[in-house]
Design a protein around this ligand. Structure first.
Ligand code: ADP
Ligand code: MG
Length: 414
């Protein structure tokens, strides 16, 4: 058993080293299978080396645009293949690193599929969430020298307001009459089309908004007031997530598909304590972002416009923060959106991050696809072109030659 534990430990150290070499920011792209039979989509080529070539759908000639990421998954990639590439990140959570995994892309591009699978808690094609949790709980059992406690929080950010999705107060169970009130409001909505007022009332009825704190008190918790649930298995978390999604739908009106316009953040807090009383604290954020599609400005007014502006702002702010981190800039604009403020402790520093950019392959999604790819490219640390690589290797070759010459000189003198 000792040998086994040692092997596991060594393996994990290797994982962390590998991760360090790759850098703390990774960007993957995933192309969903097409919904259109026989149609020629906008994706021209997907390479094993992280290259993706897009076929311009606006020009008459075949113009191609190349993008480079850490990894690209084609439409045939399985959930298992995607998870294999994120596994090492999950493992480093148990070693005390904070980790953020973001699913980015237009609505319908497969964000929720990657994170949760076809549906939350489904047994087939399970997503990153469940696989990550399975691994976390498994590691916590293997490590006999450290005792782990795992807690979960789940919130959504809608219109720059943070709401607790796991609070008892949000639960319909507590207020059975609330169903009737909601039904009444929905009927009101359909017949009188008083969207704004109804939506606002629904929101205020169902929950209060949370303050984000960025101080080292509260044990570094950025949302000390969000409900914290102690969990002991993946199914515990899945049940909470189902409840959370229900609460999300609870305040979501029939006409306004809220879930694609809010960011959902599932945070898994890991606390380890060894026999000597040393503690290790880290967290894993699994973020299903709001749909990145640009709404047609000319058609949008009122609440819908406000929603779109908030999404634009928070997604571009997330892009700014990651790009600043990737460029090792001295100023990181965390405070420009609730999302980046909330995740501040887990973005930058020793924290690790993975952006999973999702694209739809259909030709009609070309505009959104190129904007997603540009966003992902901007936050990526991958050097474009081979020149950089050659330069590095020639520098190393020069240095090695210098070392060799110095050694020869030394030997000669001796
Ligand atoms: P989003 O969360 O980005 O709006 P979804 O994850 O809901 O998109 O995906 C839209 C639809 O496409 C869903 O029915 C989902 O099951 C399906 N889908 C997405 N990605 C894949 C995939 N890689 N393989 C099979 N079906 C997928
Ligand atoms: Mg979704």
């Amino acid at each position: 058993a000792d040998g086994y534990h040692r092997a596991v430990k060594e393996n994990r150290n290797l994982y962390n080293m590998l991760q360090e070499l790759r850098g703390n920011i990774q960007v993957f792209c995933r192309v969903r299978p097409t919904f259109v039979a026989g149609g020629k989509g906008s994706i021209d080529y997907i390479g094993n080396d992280g290259t993706l070539i897009l076929l311009d759908q606006l020009k008459s000639q075949n113009v191609r645009k190349a993008f480079q990421f850490n990894k690209v998954f084609g439409p045939n990639a399985t959930q298992v293949e995607v998870y294999k590439e994120t596994e090492s990140l999950i493992r480093s959570v148990m070693d005390g690193y904070n980790v953020c995994i973001f699913a980015y892309g237009q609505t319908g591009s497969g964000k929720t599929y990657s994170m949760c699978g076809p549906e939350i808690g489904s047994a087939k094609d399970i997503g990153i969430n469940s696989k990550a949790l399975n691994d976390l709980f498994q590691i916590s059992c293997i490590k006999e020298d450290i005792k782990y406690e795992i807690h979960v929080q789940m919130v959504e950010i809608y219109n720059e307001q943070v709401r607790d999705l796991l609070s008892e107060e949000t639960s319909t169970k507590k207020y059975p009459l609330m169903h009737i009130v909601i039904l009444f409001l929905k009927v009101n909505l359909v017949f009188y089309n008083s969207f704004s007022a109804t939506n606002r009332l629904l929101l205020s009825l169902t929950s209060s908004t949370l303050e984000i704190r960025n101080c080292s008190s509260n044990g570094g918790l950025s949302l000390p007031d969000a409900t914290m649930h102690h969990v002991q298995s993946t199914s515990d978390v899945m049940n909470l997530m189902k409840a959370g999604e229900k609460n999300r739908a609870f305040s979501c009106t029939a006409m306004n598909n809220r879930s694609s316009r809010s960011h959902s953040v599932l945070t898994i807090h890991v606390c380890g304590r060894d026999v000597l009383g040393n503690t290790l604290q880290s967290c894993l954020h699994l973020v299903d972002l709001a749909g990145s599609e640009r709404v047609d400005k000319s058609e949008v007014t009122g609440d819908r416009l406000k929603e779109a502006q908030h999404i634009n702002k928070s997604l571009s702010c997330l892009g700014d923060v990651i790009a600043a981190l990737a460029q090792k800039s001295s100023y990181i604009p965390y405070r420009n959106s609730k999302l980046t403020q909330l995740l501040q402790n887990s973005l930058g520093g020793h924290a690790k991050m993975l952006m999973l950019a999702h694209v739809s392959p259909e030709a009609e999604s070309y505009g959104e696809t190129i904007s997603t790819l540009k966003f992902a490219q901007r936050v990526s640390t991958v050097e474009l072109g081979a020149a950089q690589v050659n330069k590095e290797s020639s520098e190393i070759r020069d240095l090695r030659e210098q070392v060799d010459n110095l050694k020869k000189e030394l030997a000669y003198r001796e």
